[in-house]
Ligand binder design. Structure first.
Ligand code: HEM
Length: 308
């Protein structure tokens, strides 16, 4: 049997992205399954017209939709997003049957693919969330910090994000997404030093604080986690800023891929519940999670086959 290929989960960070979340209308499951098998053809049609644009699309499948549409047992890491309520901060679970992570060097390519996907799924599903992300200066988020530095790269990224040959679904991944908005006015009232304490890195030069200087509630203190043997448990992130000056919305779209979804879930627990409980992530005092969803990312071969 040939080794399945993964979807383009691992790739360079791009200047533009669109994140689309859809719900599938009741009774339209088999049509949605067939439309899913057409997605890679649409990516080829749009992407080939501007090959230097490097258009890619990763498709994810939500837990409820899996149960409604497929006979095969649900992938071992797929379940509804686990909502968290630590008293002070909440991570809500919001609807999502299908998810498209569209990336390219240019927004026109992302937009054209989003439009073609919307046409292909017209009447079958409804877009419940659409976020257009842009690269901001030196890959900074709207809090002003460089975002993505400690991401694993190359082969390490594959190992972190893509399931191995001995798993129930090889060459697959699990993706968790959350749309956050920031209270930039309050954040900007902090001194740069206090902002750096919140993240655990310097702002201008993006240098990690030494361990002994990292506050317990700094973002990177809570997100650097290890297994029982002391190996770091990592995820692959491709966060993007988004916003609207008219609406006063300034946000970060968090997206984290993992072969083992419990890694991302542990990070979220540490951020929202705290470690120890109550010591929650300082960036949450300025950031509100509006959405939360988990999707299974089948291998490219499985996605292209309507029976998965
Ligand atoms: C690191 C921003 C949400 C996991 C970072 C860094 C920044 C940042 C600026 C430091 C640079 C880097 O290595 O990328 C944000 C913002 C978020 C957000 C603005 C949303 C408001 C999350 C969430 C998770 C997460 C929800 C996990 C579920 C991580 C991890 C690191 C990191 C694992 C790397 C830690 C290290 O190895 O040093 N984030 N992040 N982040 N973040 Fe986030």
């Amino acid at each position: 049997m040939s080794v399945p290929l993964p979807q383009p989960v691992v790739g360079p960070l791009t200047p533009a992205a669109i994140f689309l979340t859809l719900t599938v209308e009741p009774g339209r499951e088999s049509e949605a399954r067939e439309a899913l098998a057409e997605v890679s053809g649409l990516v080829r049609s749009v992407g080939f017209r501007a090959q230097e644009g490097g258009l890619t699309c990763v498709t994810g499948i939500g837990s409820d939709f899996w149960d409604r549409a497929f006979r095969a047992p649900r992938p071992s890491g797929l379940h509804p997003f686990i909502a968290l309520d630590g008293g002070t901060h909440r991570a809500p679970a919001t609807p999502g049957d299908l998810f498209f992570h569209i990336r390219a060097a240019r927004m026109d390519l992302c937009f054209e693919l989003a439009r073609q996907l919307d046409l292909a799924f017209s009447g079958i599903s409804r877009v419940v969330d659409e976020v257009h992300g842009f690269r901001y200066f030196d890959t900074r988020d709207l809090l002003g910090f460089v975002d993505g530095t400690e991401n694993p790269a190359g082969q390490l990224a594959e190992g972190v994000a893509i399931t191995g040959p001995d798993t129930d679904h090889p060459a697959s991944s699990y993706v968790i997404v959350q749309k956050y908005t920031h209270d930039l006015e309050a954040w900007e009232r902090l001194s740069v030093e206090d902002q750096e304490h919140a993240i655990g890195r310097t702002k201008l030069s993006d240098i990690e604080y030494p361990d002994e200087a990292k506050p317990a509630n700094a973002h990177i203190t809570l997100n650097v986690i290890e297994d029982e043997e002391g190996n770091e448990r990592q995820i692959l992130r491709d966060n993007m800023p988004f916003g609207s000056v008219a609406e006063g919305t300034f946000g970060t779209y968090f997206i984290g891929y993992a072969a083992d979804v419990t890694t991302t879930e542990t990070m979220l627990e540490r951020m929202f519940i705290g470690d120890p409980p109550g010591t929650t992530d300082r960036i949450l005092d300025f950031s509100t999670a509006l959405t939360g969803a988990l999707f299974f990312v089948p291998s490219q071969d499985a996605l292209d086959d309507p029976d998965l």
